[in-house]
Design a protein around this ligand. Structure first.
Ligand SMILES: [Fe+2]
Ligand SMILES: [Fe+2]
Length: 188
């Protein structure tokens, strides 16, 4: 028996506040995922839903707008998308495991935490700070509405379902978002 995990349903607000609230949710869910006494299966499902919904909303609305406002560069937006793709890949590895009380599960959680924590830190430093400095309140409120709307639509569509996460990882592979630096592919 599992209690559905509350991921929040903001409908508006300053986009920076909304994103930071989600980042704190990621940290709480990762802590719960490490805890062997918690409902790890429920937590991984909630984390997958939040990860997809949050990343899709950032990529569809936040990154493009910040780029148009010259707050971030195209390279920074692309780098953010690559880190989202790495997060989806690591999330999928956690979802694909049958049991949640194995060494394989712990290893997959460790990798997931590493990837997500890295991205949260980098995004707050290199994307949210310029957004604070270069984008006015009105635009941040408009972006907050767009972000929240997309995020909630994704959650309603069960975006963390394993089939959807598999689809997203496959698409990211095709787009070259998961290519390692040592890869020699140079087709883009
Ligand atoms: Fe974020
Ligand atoms: Fe992000």
């Amino acid at each position: 028996m599992s209690t559905p995990i509350d991921l929040g349903r903001p409908v508006s607000g300053d986009v920076i506040d909304l994103i930071l609230e989600d980042h704190r949710r990621f940290e709480t869910l990762l802590r719960d995922l490490r805890d062997s006494t918690s409902d790890r299966d429920g937590v991984r499902k909630a984390l997958a839903a939040l990860h997809v919904a949050h990343a899709e909303a950032e990529e569809k609305h936040v990154y493009p707008k910040l780029q148009r406002k010259d707050a971030i560069t195209e390279h920074e937006a692309e780098h953010g998308e690559e880190e989202h793709a790495e997060g989806h890949e690591a999330m999928l590895a956690v979802l694909e495991l049958k049991g949640t009380d194995t060494q394989a599960f712990d290893d997959a959680v460790e990798e997931l935490a590493k990837v997500i924590n890295h991205h949260l830190t980098e995004e707050e430093l290199t994307i949210l700070n310029p957004a604070r400095e270069d984008v006015g309140e009105q635009v941040r409120a408009e972006l907050g509405l767009a972000f929240a709307t997309e995020r909630n639509q994704q959650l309603d569509a069960d975006c963390g379902a394993i089939d959807n996460v598999r689809r997203i990882v496959k698409a990211a592979e095709r787009e070259g978002l998961l290519d390692d630096e040592e890869d020699e592919g140079s087709d883009d």
